[in-house]
Write a protein that binds this ligand. Structure first.
Ligand code: IPE
Ligand code: IPE
Ligand code: MG
Length: 248
């Protein structure tokens, strides 16, 4: 049974939540631990956040796990992050499948080791009929890369320029068929997009917290959802309340 935070009416509840899981390195540094220990703790936390998402009744969760720019980190860290993805699939797939989670991947698989690519594709296949929570894992993902690929494919398909529309571009992105994120949460306090969902985030609401990702817990997740519920999403128009007043 979905445990929607009770104070939040259903229509004020985000359908799609996206998360920039940031601050693992600083979390480790604060404790005198190697950065990879921070990534491990971050992965443990991801399990909890996925579980909380299922309990809250979030339909789509997109998590930023590895960006196209993260290849520029020291080779040992990159290797460790690849290993973590592999390990998460090995250890969590059964449980996620049982909970009704459908795994998807956004980004480029090509640059990953063939064995890891296969693991990701198999996990997608195994969970494809689940529909309780759609979990998009952004791994080797870059928003600009996604848009460049979309343009290339639109051109290859011979689409005439006047036929290119906003909706059509959306259909050429990795997130085709997925509603745009309503709420984007970024941990560790950085006030930037870092190449995440730059097209899809056009009208997303943001929640930035100084908490480092491994410490971002269910209670703070609930606070983010509550904060979202109080936002007035105007989409460039005027507030609905104001409109009623001026018509009165
Ligand atoms: C986020 O934590 C995880 C990845 C980007 C893979 P960071 O590793 O960026 O942690 P900080 O920002 O250095 O603290
Ligand atoms: C964004 O975090 C990428 C992920 C969380 C996977 P980064 O730590 O890479 O972003 P910057 O470098 O602070 O912009
Ligand atoms: Mg970071």
């Amino acid at each position: 049974m979905a445990e929607t935070p009770s104070a939040i009416p259903l229509e004020k509840f985000p359908q799609h939540v996206a998360m920039i899981m940031d601050g693992n390195g600083r979390w480790a540094l604060q404790r005198g631990l190697p950065r990879l220990a921070g990534h491990k703790a971050g992965t443990e936390n991801l399990r909890r956040v996925i579980r909380a998402s299922v309990e809250f009744g979030v339909k789509y969760l997109t998590i930023y796990a590895f960006s196209t720019e993260n290849w520029g980190r020291p080779p040992e860290e990159v290797k460790g992050l690849m290993y973590i993805l592999e390990d998460v699939i090995d250890r969590e797939l059964n449980e996620l499948n049982k909970e009704g989670v459908q795994l998807r991947h956004i980004g480029r698989l090509e640059r990953l080791a063939p064995s890891l690519q296969k693991k990701v594709l198999d996990a997608i296949e195994v969970t494809r009929n689940n529909d309780r929570l759609i979990l998009n894992i952004a791994f080797n993902y870059g928003g600009r890369d996604e848009i460049v690929q979309a343009i290339q494919r639109i051109m290859k398909d011979g689409v005439p320029p006047e036929k290119v529309t906003d909706e059509m571009v959306s259909k050429y992105l990795y997130t085709a068929g997925v509603p745009d994120p309503d709420l984007i949460i970024r941990t560790s306090g950085e006030l930037r997009v870092s190449n995440f969902l730059i097209w899809q985030a056009a009208y997303s609401e943001w929640y930035v917290t100084p908490t480092f990702w491994p410490d971002f817990n269910k209670e703070e997740y609930r606070q983010a959802l509550e904060s979202f519920a109080h936002r007035d999403r105007r989409y460039g128009k005027v507030a609905s309340g104001e409109l009623q007043e001026s018509n009165a």
